[in-house]
Design a protein around this ligand. Structure first.
Ligand SMILES: Nc1ncnc2c1ncn2[C@@H]1O[C@H](COP(=O)(O)OP(=O)(O)OP(=O)(O)O)[C@@H](O)[C@H]1O
Length: 323
């Protein structure tokens, strides 16, 4: 361990006891294991995407990391603190944005919520003013700072929530579905803001999302959880490598090529438009090598390269994880 870890989790587990109907009157107790032995270490300044299919255990993990839920077993430390017993101290070190829950005062203008939070967290006025100034500029808050929170659009409120979570200068920011339901512009604003926050290097971000564009834009590291267990922990590139995702090269020809030549290191995946459009999957071949080979036997009209799609890879991972 380098000593620079802000999150250390080992053998983390959460069981819920639920009552299920058995027949007309009988109810039976059953245990649902939402998180089933998660190990995770996150270093200062990392931006971690924590993803998985519905019901995989993402929110439950985040709740245990932020002190909302007590683990059934395992060890959790966030900023060196044990989240549930040291929740008050932890609150000063972390920021939380959970899509469904607000930390703003519904009937107050956004500006007043921010002011109240300054008192709650006892933030020195100069620090508060500097952080608020930065958020106002980056998140474009000025047009609705004096609007009561209940009148804000979802995108405006989310920008307010992000600001509220950061005004006390936390070292770790937990975000549960921060872009859900946002329009394209708000989504871009939120992503751009988080990218900038992450690039500054002193805030650690842990993000759950079903929108993989969030992950591609923001996270170098991806942890995939399924049925409460980690099924992948690594970069997006490592995920592509593991699932042998290939770049595709689509070549349009002037005239049909009835018998395309074999290209070493590439696989002919599709022939369309009566032989005028060929799609190759690159394994070890380069785009240059492929084009060189084809241009010797046909007139090329157009070439496009399709990068592997993270949605496809993750869908495959969810299917195999479920098995
Ligand atoms: N309070 C609770 N009582 C009983 N079961 C629960 C409770 N909270 C979560 N669960 C169950 O634990 C499992 C994991 O739920 P969790 O909310 O952590 O999943 P998730 O990965 O966040 O899913 P989603 O993507 O749908 O938000 C699910 O089977 C869920 O039904």
């Amino acid at each position: 361990m380098s000593g620079d870890e802000v999150i250390e989790v080992s053998g983390l587990r959460k069981d819920f006891t639920v009552r299920v109907r058995k027949g007309r009157l009988r109810r039976e107790k059953r245990t649902v294991t939402a998180v089933d032995g998660v190990d995770l270490t996150v270093a200062r300044g990392e931006m971690l995407g924590y993803i998985g299919p519905n019901g995989a255990g993402k929110s439950t993990t985040l709740k245990m990391l932020t002190g909302v839920l007590t683990p059934s077993a395992g060890r959790v430390r966030v900023c060196g603190l044990e989240p549930v017993p040291q929740r008050t101290r932890l609150a000063l070190r972390i920021g939380v944005v959970f899509g469904q829950r607000s930390q703003l005062w519904w009937d107050l203008p956004l500006r007043d919520s921010f002011d109240l939070l300054r008192h709650v967290y006892r933030v020195p006025p100069a620090d508060h003013a500097a952080r608020l100034r930065r958020c106002r500029a980056l998140l474009d808050l000025d047009a609705f700072l004096d609007t009561p929170v209940r009148q804000l659009s979802l995108g405006q409120r989310m920008r307010g929530e992000l600001t509220a979570a950061l005004l006390h200068g936390p070292s770790v920011l937990f975000l549960d579905e921060p872009t859900i339901g946002l329009d394209v512009l708000s989504r871009q604003a939120v992503r751009g803001f988080l990218a900038e926050l992450g690039a500054a290097g002193d805030t650690t971000l842990v993000l759950t999302t079903h929108d993989l564009a969030d992950i591609e834009r923001l996270c170098r590291r991806l942890v995939v959880i399924d049925h409460g267990r980690v099924v992948h922990d690594g970069t997006i590139e490592a995920l592509h490598a593991r699932y042998r995702s290939r770049r595709l090269v689509v070549v349009d020809l002037d005239a049909p090529l009835p018998d395309p030549p074999p290209v070493p290191g590439a696989v002919l995946e599709r022939v369309e438009a009566d032989g005028r459009r060929l799609t190759f999957g690159l394994e070890t071949a380069t785009v240059g090598g492929l084009i060189g080979r084809l241009s010797g036997v046909a007139e090329l009209r157009d070439i496009s390269i399709v990068e592997p799609d993270i949605e496809d890879v993750v869908a495959r991972l969810y299917v195999t994880g479920a098995r």
